[in-house]
Each structure stands twice: as C-alpha cells, then as structure tokens.
Design a binder for this molecule. Structure first.
Ligand code: ZN
Length: 692
C-alpha cells in the first residue's frame, strides 16, 4: 500500500459493506474526541451537552470505529469488505471533488496533497487543527463536491466502489495543511456565499537565503507582482496561476514561495527556475534543489544576465595601516577640542526608560509580561501616547524580533495591547518572527545591518537575548562583550536603540539576591554593557500587578520603582496597563476588598450545598455594588482585581464553566506551599483575560 496513506490510517476507520458505501455498524461517527461517556453508559457531546442518539434512541454502547490494526478491521478486509476513514479523527479532512477538470484549480488553492482517485473524481486530503463540518461545494446550482467534516466518512483504498472501480492512490504526497485562508478561498470560489479572502504570506522560516542575494534585482523583471505589505505576490512567473496569487516574494528575506508546489528558496533558486534549469517543484522540502554543475551554471547566469557579483576569496588581502586605524576608530582629540565639542544630551524615545541610540535591557522572570510591556512601549510610540499615561514618547519605527513566541502568540499579544490601548493597527511597528538570526554569526549581523539601513528603526526589540546566541556562552564575559560590541556599533552607527529582553536568574527560596542586577542571568558583561536596565516582576501568572524597577540608568538618576496594574477591557478583548496612582493605596484597596469578599463567602453567604461552595461573579458584584467605590467602573475593577488576588492566594478557584468560582477550603499550615511561578515559559496573560 502507498506510504502516505499511513497518515490516514493513524486515525479511525469505519467498516463498510463489501462493494458498498454504507457503514455496517451503528454509531460509527461517535468520536471520542467530541463525545464523553457519562454515567449509565450514554455519550454526551462535550461542547453542546447533547446525547448521542441512533434512530432517536440514546446510544449506550461502544463507538463503532477502530484503529486500522484492530483485528476486527483486518478480518473485515480479509473478507473483502470496504473501509472508510472517519473524517476529523486524525485532524484530517477530505475534499470530495466530483469534477476531474477542477483538480488543478483545487491543487492551486490547497497545494498538491495525498489524492485518491474515485469513481467520479478525486478525494483530496487536508489537515486542520480546527474542527471542520461538512460544506457542500455548490455555486449557481452547479455541484462541485463537498468537504467531508466531522460526522462523515470517506472510502479509502483498498475499498471497491459499487461500480467495481477500485479506490486508488493517485498522488502519493504528504497531506497538506487546510488553513483558514485556503478554506475561505474554496468557499468563495465554490459556494454561493461569497466571503472575503485575505492574502496570506507564506511561512518564511522554512527557507534560508543561502546565497544571501538581493531579490530586488529579480523583482524588476517580474512586473506582474503586486505589493502586499513588505512582500509581493502574483501569478508564478513560469507555470502561472489560476488564482493569480500562488507566488510570493519577500525582498527583505531574499526568498520566494510557490503555494501550488509548496516550494521556494532564494534568488539563485528562482533564477534556476526562470532559466529553465530547475522546475518549481524541485525546491520542495524533499526536492532535489540546486547543486553541482547546475549550481555553477546558475551562478554564471546570475552574474552575466542579472548583474549579481559574488565575492571570491583573494590572497592579497593584507590591509594597509590606514584601514587598520579606521577599523579601530582611533581619533586623537585634545582637551581643547573636547571642550569645544557640542555633545547633545541623549534624546529619549520613552522618557527616562528608553534613550535613543543605546542599549536597554528589560529583564524579568517568565510570565512577568516582558513581551507585553515591550509591545505596549512600541504601540505608545506609534501614536505619541504617553507610556502608562506618564512617560512621554517619541514617534519612530520599531522592529520586534520575536524569537521566543510563535506568530499566533505574537498576534494574540499584539491584539490585546492594541485593543487595550484603543488604537488602530499601526504601520510602523513590524515583526520579524522566529528568524533564526544569531548575533555571533557575522553574515547574520550583516543582514541585521541591512534591515536597519532599509527600515531605519528607532528601536529594535530582541526577544529574548539567549535566542540570538548560536555558540556564545552567556556566562563568558569575553564572549558576551563581543556580542555587545556588535550591538553597540549598530546602535551608534544608525542611532537605533536595542531593547533587549532577558531572563532573570531563577531564585532559590533560601538564597535571595538582594540586588536586582545580581539576579540578571549570565555574565556581568551584560549589565556593564547596557545603558539602562529595567527589571520587572510579577508575583504569579494571574497576578494583576507588575513591579517595575530601574536598576541602572547611565544618563540620569534611576527612576523610583512603580507598579503597573494590568486589567482587561470591559469586553475582555484587550489588556490595559495603568500606572497605579499610589502603589500602596491601590494594593491596600484591593487586598482589603479581597479580604472582605472572602469573609462574606466563608461566613455570611448562604449556600445550597455547603460542601461545594460554587458562586458567580455576578453574585459578588450584586453584594458589593458600589461598596468599594462609588463609581461603578472603578468598583468593578476593584472587585475584578480582588478576585484575581483571591485566586493568586488560592482562596478561590475558577470552575470549568465560565463565570463560576469555587471557594477553596482553608488548609492547615502544613499543606500550604509556595507555588512555583517559573515553569511557564510563554508569557500569556490568559488568566487575566479570562475573567468575568
Ligand atoms: Zn510552483
């Protein structure tokens, strides 16, 4: 059997009558991922709570689908029976295409994938993390086929169609991702309800620009491409496109991608395709790529036809004295000259927190919301908004290198900050996600320098320092000095500030360093190299306060420490960050409210079931209406913070049902133990944003 089919066979299969298309057993779609068994043996939909019924009766037996190697399946096959794949059981779905002539068009959208030949057409397989349900593909009364979703099954080899035709593997290829955008495009083209399709750029992290060549030279020769942000898209220059957007170029990264073949690479690869030396599909993940004589041939064409030049290693590279001096930047100045020099004070990008053309460290433990605060700083600078309502900002372009988080988290974080700040999507705030850029690889530093030259950012965020080191040991002062010298040169040459996100040492409970700068991980060279160091901390992942402490400021006296209150917007979609009016006052108000609410819960409130003290937020709001503050909004915020504080102290806990909480029994001292807050690596603010 063809090898790609194995990916399907890791899911669930259904027994089908010999030479027929109908499942033999009842309850074959009963999927244990969607249904849970409850007391009495019946099955309940985890989402809707509905019972699973067969012909109106609540079903109480075992689900009738199996793993492929189940003896029952093997025996059934041996007896000439057919089998079906239970759609969605291994996150895999099927597009059942009835029209042979549309294969190309669907492949253009989906990418070529595992394809089974059927009686009338093809089954194209796709993987999706989302739960998909059946979509009939029909437009203007013309039927094209359907997407088979949860609750559907689909015959697979070695089954035989009632007509006698065998289900055969037509294309033995890996199953492609069925992304939202692909689905939207299919819906738009093949169903009556038109939907907007958003252009989506490819995942560039799968490619490297080996040649380091500038794509711009090639783009001039591809006038059919349209601009999309920093990228360009359009029909593939060689094999064309039916959607008009199967080809993407990212000039900054020097890469291209073809959605039809799920292939791509750098400028040399593209030249080889344009010149007919290679096919587009040769640059698939498992393709033959470019090497040997062909590689040399392409290099020659690149130089002669496209005007690229390739540095060749030369022997006579002995530098003369003058260039050594300029390399070292030696310039002797007299005291008199020095006195006459006009050296301006540093300009602040964010007053007292981020100076211009400098190196700033933002250090904190995991889950202290370092990435959130950096994002907020950038957003404030986009709109001349004071950071935390207090610190003046200066407008400029920011580039955020996010090596720590996948794009999904980056997007989620940015959305929360934008919504919390009540601003539009900014233009001059850019991300570079999981680029693999390393500061100890000279070629990479050169790419970074190119980016700075092109975009002239006022700030570059590096999240986080350790991710930008390939072989450098962060505890070695010589090696770290070397890294920071490179950053310093870029910062000064281009007047760009580097905001570097860094982790704190994990503190052991018995030995707590007193100085915050002692807690900064790695060599002291890091502390010495930075102009400003800000350290933030948060008691736990769900705690609404962030302590902000400046431990070094080369230009001014260090800021007094302050506390930032994190809250969600009233519609839960965003996060707000406020400077607490008076730190002590604010914390007092909340902790008093927390105590009062807890007192009420354990002493006064009447319970239906006192062994299971579950309550709703709304009950607390009613009981303490205008109690903590006369203004409703303020009162709501105090209650909200108090609830979070009660959760952080393990006095109440959230129930699985939204809006419900449970009072936790007071434990004896023996059972009390400090929770570890350090094992959460990604800085989501989930607990905060899921309140209400
Ligand atoms: Zn292609």
């Amino acid at each position: 059997m063809a090898r790609r089919i194995n990916q399907l066979l890791r899911g669930r299969v259904v027994l089908i009558e010999k030479n027929k298309k109908n499942p033999i057993e009842e309850a074959w779609p009963l999927n244990e991922e969607l249904y849970e068994r409850i007391e009495g043996g019946s099955w309940k939909n985890k989402k809707t709570g509905e019972f699973y019924r067969v012909k109106g009766e609540i079903y109480r037996r075992e689900p009738a689908n199996y793993s492929f190697d189940d003896p029952k399946v093997q025996e059934h096959l041996a007896n000439g029976g057919n089998i079906g794949y239970l759609c969605g059981s291994n996150k895999i779905y099927v597009i059942d295409l009835d029209r042979i002539e549309l294969l190309r068009e669907f492949e253009e959208i989906l990418g070529e994938t595992l394809t089974i030949e059927t009686k009338k057409g093809y089954h194209l397989y796709g993987e999706s993390d989302e739960e998909l349900y059946r979509i009939i593909l029909e437009k203007n009364k013309v039927h094209f086929g359907e997407l088979q979703g949860i609750g559907q099954q689909c015959l697979i080899p070695p089954s035989i169609h009632p007509s006698g035709k065998e289900y055969k593997v037509f294309k033995d290829l890996p199953i492609v991702k069925l992304t939202k955008d692909k689905l939207e495009l299919i819906k738009k083209k093949f169903t009556d309800k038109p939907r907007t399709f958003t252009i989506q750029s490819p995942d560039w992290t799968q490619y490297k620009n080996f040649s380091g060549l500038d794509m711009n030279v090639l783009i001039f020769r591809l006038p059919q491409l349209k601009k999309y942000g920093n990228e360009l898209y359009g029909p593939h220059p060689v094999h064309g496109s039916t959607t008009g957007m199967n080809f993407f170029v990212n000039p900054l990264k020097g890469l291209f991608h073809c959605f039809r073949h799920d292939s791509g690479g750098d400028a040399l690869a593209l030249i080889s395709i344009l010149e007919g030396i290679r096919n587009c599909e040769d640059f698939r993940k498992d393709g033959i790529k470019l090497r040997g004589e062909d590689f040399k041939k392409v290099i020659k064409i690149a130089e002669e036809k496209y005007g690229f030049s390739f540095p060749r290693k030369t022997q006579n590279s002995q530098p003369n004295n003058k260039s050594v001096l300029s390399q070292l930047n030696i310039r002797i100045i007299s005291v008199k000259e020095l006195m006459e020099m006009d050296i301006p004070l540093p300009r602040w990008i964010i007053k007292d927190i981020i100076p211009e053309g400098s190196i700033v460290l933002l250090a904190g433990k995991s889950a202290s919301m370092k990435s959130f605060l950096s994002t907020l700083m950038a957003v404030c600078c986009m709109y001349d908004k004071n950071f935390l309502g207090k610190f003046e900002t200066n407008r400029g372009t920011w580039i955020y290198f996010d090596e720590d988080n996948p794009l999904r988290l980056t997007k989620d974080r940015t959305l929360k900050v934008l919504r919390g700040s009540g601003v539009e999507v900014p233009e001059n705030f850019k991300y570079i996600s999981q680029s693999g850029l390393k500061l100890d690889i000279d070629d990479h530093v050169e790419i970074l320098e190119q980016i700075i030259r092109e975009y002239k950012p006022s700030v570059i965020i590096l999240d986080s320092l350790i991710k930008f080191l390939a072989t450098t040991n962060e505890n070695d002062s010589g090696e770290m000095d070397n890294i920071f010298n490179k950053i310093r040169r870029l910062a000064e040459t281009y007047n760009t500030t580097f905001l570097i996100i860094h982790h704190l040492r994990k503190s052991s409970s018995d030995k707590r360093p007193t100085d915050s700068d002692e807690m900064i991980r790695g060599s002291t060279a890091i502390v010495n190299s930075c102009d400003v160091i800000n350290v933030i901390s948060r008691k736990s992942k769900s705690y609404p306060y962030i302590n902000f402490k400046q431990v070094k400021n080369r230009y001014d006296r260090e800021l007094d420490p302050f506390i930032i209150l994190v809250n969600q917007t009233s519609d839960n979609s965003g996060l707000t960050f406020e400077l607490t009016a008076s730190v002590a006052e604010e914390q007092d108000a909340v902790s008093q409210a927390a105590d009062e609410i807890y007192e009420w819960l354990v002493r006064e409130k009447e319970w239906d079931d006192s062994s299971n003290r579950i309550f709703k937020t709304i009950e607390v709001r009613k009981r303490f209406n205008r109690h903590f503050n006369e203004k409703d909004e303020r009162n709501r915020k105090i209650i909200h913070s108090a609830m979070i504080s009660l959760m952080a102290d393990d006095r109440i806990e959230q129930c699985p049902t939204k809006g419900y909480y449970k009072v936790i029994e007071l434990l004896t001292d023996v059972d009390m133990q400090e929770g570890s807050e350090d094992n959460q690596e990604d800085e989501t603010a989930e607990n905060i944003s899921e309140q209400n």
